[in-house]
Design a binder for this molecule. Sequence first.
Ligand SMILES: C[S@@+](CC[C@H](N)C(=O)[O-])C[C@H]1O[C@@H](n2cnc3c(N)ncnc32)[C@H](O)[C@@H]1O
Length: 220
Amino acid sequence: MNKFFKIERIPGVLASSYEKATRMVIEEYYGQVAEEIVSSFKSGVILDLGTGPGYLPIEIVRRAPNINIIGVDLSRKLIQMAQANTAKAGLSHQLSFEVGNSAGLHFDNASFDRVISTGMLHSLNHPVAVLIEIYRVLKKGGEAWIYDPANITTHIDKGKWKASLNFRERSFLWFFKLLGLHKPITAYTRQQVIPMIEATDFESFEIDERKNDIRIKLRR
Ligand SMILES: C[S@@+](CC[C@H](N)C(=O)[O-])C[C@H]1O[C@@H](n2cnc3c(N)ncnc32)[C@H](O)[C@@H]1O
C-alpha cells in the first residue's frame, strides 16, 4: 500500500465534488462521530487534521459550547469551504481553519487536549511522521482519535451524488479516473498500523478494525 507516492491533498478541481458528497452525510456520519467524541470530551482545544470542508468540527461544537477546534488541511480550497461553512453556521467563535501539513505543524509542543482525524491516514506518504507530530502537539494524557478511511462512502447515495455534480465536476472526476489517480480507498490493517505506532512514544493505544475502516485511539 505504501510502495507508491500518493497524492495527499484533494486537488482543487475535485474539492467541490468531495464537498457535495460529505454534505450528504452530515447527520448520518459526522453527527454520529461528533456524538462519540463529545460523549467523553466536553471542553478543551481539539486539532482536526485533514479537516476537509469542516463538517465534523462544526457538528462537534454544535454539541459542545466549551470546545474550540482548529482544522488543518493541505487544500486551500477545502479550507476556504470550511471557513464559509463555519460562518454560515454562526460558529466562527469556536472554530478556525488553516492551510498546513500534518507532517510539519507550526503549533507549540503540548498545545492540544485532543487530536482527531477522519479519512486522512490512508492518503499519507509519511504516516509515522504525522503520528510523531500528533504526539508532539498533544498534552500529556491527551488522546488522538484517528478514523480511516472513516467509512464515509458507505453512507453516501452514489446515484444522488453523481446527479448533483455539474458538467465540470463530472469531467474532472472522469479525467482523474482515466489517469488512475482517483481510486477506491483501502484501509490500513491492524498489522500495518501497529509498527507505525510502535515507532512513536505513545503510552498506549486501541485499534478497532472494521470492514474497510480502522479506528485508532492513541494516548500520550
Ligand atoms: C478524505 S478527506 C477527509 C476530510 C474530512 N476529514 C472528512 O472527514 O470529510 C482527507 C483530507 O486530508 C487532507 N490531507 C491529506 N494529507 C494531508 C496532510 N499531510 N496534511 C493535512 N491535510 C492532509 C486532504 O486534502 C483531504 O482534505
